[in-house]
Design a protein around this ligand. Structure first.
Ligand code: PGA
Length: 259
């Protein structure tokens, strides 16, 4: 796992976006795995800037998102489909028909999840998977106690995730946040060829510490990335503040990126 420690989230977002832009320039048919939440927004803005400047095109790119709330239509302003359309898809030249988000209103969730996985496989697998990290160490909605080999399925949100996400719902009410979601599994995520995880702010410092320097454990599902051969963590100083070997990771990743 390479840990890129940046002074600010702006710098981290620029660096992560540059990695994606370069990959899409090299392979215009890149298959992306995408994430929602506050964390990737700046990176998406940077990606859109590169499209506007005609440095890169997403016309042939396909994408699959990590998760979606059960019970929310794609038109709901807190659904992850809505979020993706607003924060990225409408700002780049990707074909909407090439973008995929799990359907939180599907009648048969098992079928929805199985066909999502089959579609990813048919596309040749995910080349680059973007991730955030929850304050409880989750990736996608894979909460503590989830098997590290889990596949896309219905999952149950922890009280801490519901609390974290309530800020985005009607009047910040926890009761408004769905308690279930459809989510790619940890096993599904780890099959991506490359992983880019973003983590910003002191609220993520314990989760980042658990992911990087804790043992591999289902208590912190992000720790599964320790077993991935090409996982990159872009974080700011605050998110990296509890890492014992912070300076070493920063030097090593910079040396690799600069080489
Ligand atoms: P956030 O969410 O980017 O809104 O902090 C991250 C996550 O829960 O994965």
């Amino acid at each position: 796992m390479e840990i890129v420690v940046c002074k600010t989230k702006e710098e981290a977002s620029r660096k992560a976006a540059a990695m994606i832009t370069a990959a899409v320039q090299k392979n215009p048919r890149t298959v992306l795995g995408l994430a929602t939440g506050s964390t990737p927004v700046l990176m998406y803005t940077e990606m859109a800037k590169a499209v506007k400047a005609k440095k890169v095109s997403y016309k042939q790119v396909k994408s699959w998102n990590l998760d979606e709330y059960v019970g929310l239509a794609g038109t709901h302003d807190q659904s992850y489909r809505y979020f993706m359309n607003k924060n990225l898809f409408e700002k780049i030249d990707i074909k909407i028909s090439n973008t995929h988000v799990l359907n939180g209103l599907a009648k048969d969730f098992a079928k929805e999840c199985a066909s999502y996985e089959a579609a990813i496989k048919k596309a040749g697998g995910i080349d680059i998977q973007v991730l955030g990290i929850g304050s409880d160490g989750h990736i996608a909605f894979n909460e503590p106690g989830t098997s590290l080999s889990s596949r896309t399925s219905v999952v149950y949100l922890t009280p801490s995730t519901i609390k974290d996400n309530a800020r985005l719902f009607f009047k910040g009410k926890e009761a408004e946040v769905p308690t279930r979601a459809l989510s790619m599994g940890v096993g599904t995520i780890c099959e991506a060829k490359k992983i880019i995880l973003l983590a910003f702010g002191k609220g993520k410092a314990d989760a980042v510490k658990g992911m990087v320097e804790g043992g591999v454990s289902q208590f912190c599902t992000a720790s599964a990335l320790q077993l991935h051969k090409d996982a990159w963590v872009f974080c700011d100083e605050e998110a990296a503040s509890k890492l014992k070997l912070k300076k070493y990771y920063a030097w090593r990743s910079e040396t690799i990126l600069g080489a």
